[in-house]
Design a protein around this ligand. Sequence first.
Ligand SMILES: [Fe+2]
Ligand SMILES: [Fe+2]
Length: 324
Amino acid sequence: MLLSRNGITRLVATGVYAVPLRGFSTAAGGSSGAVAALGARGGSTVALGEKEATRLPQEREEVAERHAKGQKENVSYWGVPPSKVTKDDGTAWNWSCFRPWETYKADLSIDLKKHHAPLTALDKLAFWTVKSMRFPTDIFFQRRYGCRAMMLETVAAVPGMVGGMLLHCKSLRRFEHSGGWIKALLEEAENERMHLMTFMEVAKPRWYERALVFAVQGVFFNAYFLGYLISPKFAHRVVGYLEEEAIHSYTEFLKELDNGNIENVPAPAIAIDYWQLPKGSTLRDVVMVVRADEAHHRDVNHFASDIHYQGRELKEAPAPIGYH
Ligand SMILES: [Fe+2]
Ligand SMILES: [Fe+2]
């Protein structure tokens, strides 16, 4: 079956994994016909290492032989084959950590200056909590914005996952829909994690930075978990303000790139594919799209907090899924 989204084609073979696969080939550049000929899940080894790529067809051969002898039971489930994925130009998709249909073009027209005025006591607490966290990070990182971005993304990817997980559990407990908020928050977590995967390519963490991330994650995950249980209104507001700070940090990052204090190196390949950037894009282009993402996260979280302020539950207002 051919699916197309974002101008990129993916092949998904439908069928039951119960057909002898003798002669199965993992050659790149397969077509829908080739997949159909398999009569089973189409296989691609683009995401596998060389060793695994050899092992998978061997295992398939053995399974096929057993099936041919009438021995239907499986003794190995090694390597559930991924769908065959290609770019729209027919070349192989090289990432197993994300797929073409998860990529997008960032909306750079988003208003970066929007700010939620903290009027209530709770909002002021959220605002000053975030401001007070800024102080130690400024001292620790100073103007090392690449490193700063990488480290802060390890924190930024936590709230969406915690909030999404708690809403997921709530949906199960209460036998009710989530209004799409589980998905929206998990999308945010994944998007933040992709920011981290990108900045890892331009700044390598040192041992003490890894140790710091370890400690901060232990504290922040639990604090946010408890905070979200007690007051999701406050938790989302904190994230909204964190995102406002992130926009500020990336703006400073851009200034450093523009005045030559940070070298504007070529964009990492992962970033070019994830944000559908043109070939020849640079770190500056990457920071621009990441900053736009942060502005979207800001909107989503302030919106979520406002829903609670209205005395409503998130499920009552459809979530901005796919809001990039
Ligand atoms: Fe981020
Ligand atoms: Fe963010």
